[in-house]
Design a binder for this molecule. Structure first.
Ligand code: SF4
Length: 333
């Protein structure tokens, strides 16, 4: 039986953090056993909001590759590639843009939200508005059956499905696959201050942090503010460190910690030291592989280039079918 195809990407807009690892990368690694996986570096997407800050873009691409390989993405099982090395993404983006009504794009929740919240740069660009069309092109070029998504990305995927149906209605030929969403069961990790973990909030533990840096950040995790002194009784549900324990510790030990916290039998310093030890143990295999891959950047780029060669073959085939359906395939004149 042929495996269903999965397509997923990550923007090369900055360093990956522990939240990305638990929220996406671990899931990618698991999926590569059951699916035919295409994972791409979304470097054009990174430009949609960071079009002025391009200095670190190339380093970020390599760093994504390093992190993927360190997490256990296997280039023998999955195709790892770079979006901009497959120009068919741009061509299909243009063609799908011809048929996508602007109101469909303006009503995407993340578009409105970012326009309101990002104030340090002008987001009223064609690229940013058209971002979901590029995303649709990314997915349908590979005829992906399944796209792993978080709840906030569901409207984007629905838009892709709408664009696919619209294309098929207009050109009366079924070229693409309407992708299904796969809501992954992932571990949710807050940032050090309890907000969403994000590099822009300064509350992230990065995958490139050394074990010492990670320990230091762990010691800064916000705890229950009611525990000013060690003798003050606490509420673990009001403590960010306890949310981390839920991810990195077993349920039995967490019940003991919660009980000790409520009865002031444990201090926050000791509690977070135990957490740091557990994080270190959890991440040890990753750290070991990252130490190896971080020093082999040329090899990482070779893997991404070879993956892009493979992806280009699939993308070119789908694009040719789309152009034929649209009767714009000039080879046939
Ligand atoms: S003892 Fe542990 S769970 Fe309780 S507030 Fe301190 S760090 Fe949080």
């Amino acid at each position: 039986m042929t495996k269903k195809r999965v397509l997923s990407g990550m923007q090369s807009s900055g360093k990956l953090h522990l939240g990305n690892y638990l929220g996406a990368l671990e899931n990618w690694v698991t999926m590569q056993e059951a699916y035919d996986c295409y994972y791409f570096v979304a470097d054009w997407h990174a430009l949609s909001s960071n079009y002025e800050e391009t200095d670190g873009l190339k380093d970020n691409i390599v760093d994504l590759g390093v992190n993927w390989l360190s997490a256990g993405i296997d280039p023998e099982k999955s195709v790892m590639f770079i979006q901009s090395l497959v120009p068919q993404h741009a061509v299909l983006f243009l063609l799908l843009g011809m048929i996508t009504p602007i109101p469909w794009l303006e009503r995407v929740p993340s578009y409105k939200e970012k326009l309101e919240n990002v104030t340090d740069r002008d987001m009223h660009t064609h690229g940013f508005l058209g971002y979901p069309v590029l995303q649709a092109a990314d997915i349908v070029l590979y005829k992906a059956d399944v796209v792993p998504v978080g709840i906030d990305q569901l409207p984007h995927l629905e838009l892709t499905r709408e664009i696919v149906r619209h294309f098929h209605n207009i050109y009366k030929t079924k070229v693409f696959v309407e992708p299904d969403a796969k809501m992954a069961e992932v571990k949710k990790l807050p940032g050090l201050d309890g907000r969403k973990m994000s590099k822009s909030y300064g509350n992230a533990i990065f995958l490139s942090d050394t074990p010492d840096e990670r320990d230091k950040k762990t010691s800064l995790i916000v705890t229950d503010p009611a525990r000013v002194r060690k003798t003050d009784k606490g509420d673990p549900e009001k403590c960010v460190a306890y949310a981390f324990h839920k991810v990195f510790n077993n349920a039995g030990r967490n019940a003991e910690i919660a009980n000790d916290c409520r009865n002031a039998n444990i201090g926050c310093v000791a509690c977070k030291k135990e957490l740091a030890k557990n994080i270190a143990e959890y991440m040890a295999p990753f750290d070991e592989r990252r130490a190896k891959w971080a020093g082999r950047k040329n090899e990482v780029m070779d893997i991404l280039r070879a993956g892009s060669d493979k992806a280009r073959v699939v993308a070119a085939q789908t694009l040719a079918e789309a152009e034929a359906a649209m009767k714009i395939d000039l080879q046939k004149i």
